[in-house]
Write a protein that binds this ligand. Sequence first.
Ligand SMILES: [Fe+2]
Length: 368
Amino acid sequence: MEVQFQNNSLLVSHQNKTFQLHPIWLRERLPGEDFFDIDTNQRLYEPSSINLDLQISHAELLDALLKVEFNDGIKGTFNIDELLREMDSDKNKRGPLPERILWNSELQNFPEAQFEEEMVEKESMYHLLMNFYKYGFVIIKNVPTEDKYLLKFVSSIGPVKVTNFGEYFDVKSKPNPNDLAYKPIALPPHTDNPYRKPAAPGIQFLHCLKNEVSGGFSTLVDGFAVAEYLRNKHTEAFESLTTTNLRYQFQDKDIVLENWGELIELDKEGDYKQVRYSTRVDYVPPLEPEKLKNFYQARKLLSELYCSAEFELKFKLQPGDIMMFDNHRLLHGRTAYDANEGMRHLQGCYLEFDATDGKLRHLARKFQ
Ligand SMILES: [Fe+2]
């Protein structure tokens, strides 16, 4: 890192890039109690009121402190590391959130965490969330198997997302269900609720209370790993799946929910944003036959990959396990079971990413 001040211009070289720092960019970060509220760290003034002709009249770096004087007489000191963090575009965007580790069925060591009482402020929660962001899931072991204990645990991280299914749902066989999840049949890999607005629930938790049956294995697939495989090996299919917009619909006697989106959604940088796969509730629009032909071919390939032994993890949840997983990245399912063999009872609920993201950023301040 190098800092130069010449001709009223402040140049910072960092990671093979040189940034010319705009005077207003610097000024609206100027620390101090005249500018930022001590308690909230929020700006005390309207930054658009800064004179557009503002200039830097002097700057020098002393150790990690950048001393700057502006041409209106205001001066101050910046922590250069804080400024550099904003110049690293990746760090600036992701903060303490770790890089993803894509996986397939060869994943050896499952990301696990041991349940502890009051763990939300502990380092163990920091590691739990880091694993969750790396792998898209984590199995939390030895959670008390009390009815609705899940809600107590999840609400310690953030507000449980309430839907028309309620605050939580029981996954066990029941008569006249409004969803296939409540029959003892196999559930192929899927993502939940792509029909919700503004988006499908971000995170799902399933707490295993009883699992007395010989079947009923849980399955998980890393949808982003499958997408990456398609991007590398089947460009045409990838193109079709990332550009065809589908409608998803749920209906029961009280409500009709609808939303739209691609089976593989990319963000503006081409990174994976969300996968959707719930083929019992999706509807592709009447596109030209050639486009539909490509789409159906691509969807068939996608379905084969999602169900393949190469990508699918299959394991048995034990009573006391909570499986926490990213519903925008992973697909989940289960094998069939015989309800006459005994009870299989999971409780589930949803949480949104601002809760986990915010908690991880908070814990990183303590433990990173
Ligand atoms: Fe599901």
